[in-house]
Design a binder for this molecule. Structure first.
Ligand code: NAD
Length: 296
C-alpha cells in the first residue's frame, strides 16, 4: 500500500480520497477550504495544515484542482511542491487544465528529476464515487506504469494517451465533441416537438439510428426517455454548464494556439456562455442548454 498526498478535496477529490482510503492506502489530505479537509478526514484522510504537509513520506502526490492557475500555484509557485517532494515521488495531476500548462509543469518536474503525468478524468461525481472514472494520461511509459495501480483504485478505464499533455488533449477533444453533441440533440428534440413528433418515438428511432450518441442515449436533455438523465430532476448537475463552458473555452484556446478550425465548437462556446450568464444557469447540468434552444 502507498503513502499518498492528495490536494484538492472538492466534488471530485473528496470521493477519490474515500476510495483510496477504503483500498487501504494512507492518504494525507489538504485543501484551502478547511471544511473539505474535515470532510475528507471523516472518512479516513489524514488532515494536513498545508500542501507541503501532504508530501512528507509520500510515494505519490495527486492533485484535483479547478484550473491551470491552481495547478501552477501548487506545483511551481506558492506551494512549490516540486522543490519539497521526495526524489522518488510520482506526481499525478487529475485536474482538467490547458495542455500548455500541463506540459510546462511536467517539464519543470522533469528538470527536478521527478516523474509526473497529467491524468484528467471523465465520469463526473458519480464516477468518482463509484470508482468508475476514465483516466486519460499523458507522460512517459515509466510514469504511467507507476501511476496505473493507484488510478485503478479510483477508475475503471485507464488510458495512456501519449506524451506529456496528451491526457489533457484527449479530454479537451472529448468534451468539445460532447458539448456540440448536446446542442445537436437538443435541436433535434425541439424541432420534433414543433413538428408534433412524440419525444419517446424520436428517442426510440434516433437512439438506434445514425444520430445515436452518448448525449442522447445516456443523458437525453428532455425528461422521459432516459429516466436517469438530469432532465428528470430539473437539470440538477451532473456536469454543470460552468464546467462545460470551461472545457469549451480550453478547446478554443487549444484550437487557436494550434491552428485548428473548430467553428461549431466556437458557436457552442458562445451558446453555453450566453446561457450561463442568465438566471444563475451556470450551476445547472449542461443538458439544460436545451432551454436556450426551446426559448428562442
Ligand atoms: P471543486 O471546485 O469541487 O474542487 C476543487 C477543490 O480545489 C476545492 O475544494 C478548492 O477549495 C480546492 N483548491 C483550489 N485551489 C487550491 C489550492 N491552491 N490548494 C489546495 N486546494 C485548492 O471542483 P471539482 O468538481 O472537484 O473538479 C476538480 C477538477 O476536475 C476540475 O479541473 C474539473 O474541471 C475536473 N472535472 C470535474 C468533473 C465534475 O463532474 N465535477 C468531471 C470531470 C472533471
Amino acid at each position: 500500500m502507498s503513502n499518498i498526498g492528495f490536494i484538492g478535496l472538492g466534488n471530485m477529490g473528496g470521493p477519490m480520497v474515500k476510495n483510496l482510503v477504503e483500498a487501504g492506502h494512507s492518504v494525507a489530505v489538504y485543501d484551502i477550504n478547511n471544511e473539505a479537509v474535515i470532510r475528507a478526514a471523516s472518512y479516513g484522510g489524514i488532515a494536513k495544515a498545508d500542501a507541503i504537509g501532504t508530501t512528507e513520506s509520500a510515494d505519490v502526490v495527486i492533485t484535483m484542482l479547478p484550473a491551470g492557475e491552481h495547478v501552477k500555484s501548487v506545483y511551481l509557485e506558492n506551494d512549490n511542491l516540486i522543490e519539497h517532494v521526495n526524489s522518488d515521488c510520482l506526481l499525478v495531476d487529475c485536474s482538467t487544465i490547458d495542455v500548455l500548462t500541463a506540459r510546462e509543469v511536467i517539464a519543470r518536474a522533469k528538470e527536478s528529476d521527478l516523474e509526473m503525468i497529467d491524468a484528467p478524468v471523465s465520469g463526473g461525481v458519480g464516477g468518482a464515487e463509484a470508482a468508475t472514472l476514465t483516466f486519460m494520461c499523458g507522460g512517459t511509459d515509466s510514469a504511467f506504469d507507476k501511476a496505473e495501480p493507484v488510478l485503478k483504485v479510483m477508475g475503471k478505464n485507464i488510458f495512456h494517451a501519449g506524451t506529456a499533455g496528451s491526457g489533457q488533449a484527449a479530454k479537451v477533444c472529448n468534451n468539445l465533441m460532447l458539448g456540440i453533441e448536446m446542442i445537436a440533440v437538443s435541436e433535434g428534440f425541439v424541432l420534433a416537438d414543433k413538428l408534433g413528433l412524440d419525444k419517446q418515438k424520436l428517442w426510440d428511432i434516433a437512439s438506434t439510428a445514425t444520430s445515436q450518441c452518448w448525449a442522447m442515449t445516456n443523458y437525453c436533455p428532455v425528461p422521459g426517455p432516459v429516466p436517469s438523465s438530469p432532465a428528470n430532476r430539473d437539470y440538477q448537475a451532473g456536469f454543470t454548464i460552468a464546467m462545460m463552458l470551461k472545457d469549451l473555452k480550453l478547446s478554443q484556446e487549444a484550437a487557436k494556439n494550434n491552428g485548428a478550425f473548430t467553428p461549431l465548437a466556437a458557436l457552442a462556446t458562445d451558446l453555453y456562455e450566453s446561457f450561463a450568464s442568465t438566471n444563475q444557469n451556470d450551476g445547472l447540468d449542461f443538458s439544460s442548454i436545451i432551454k436556450l434552444i426551446e426559448n428562442q
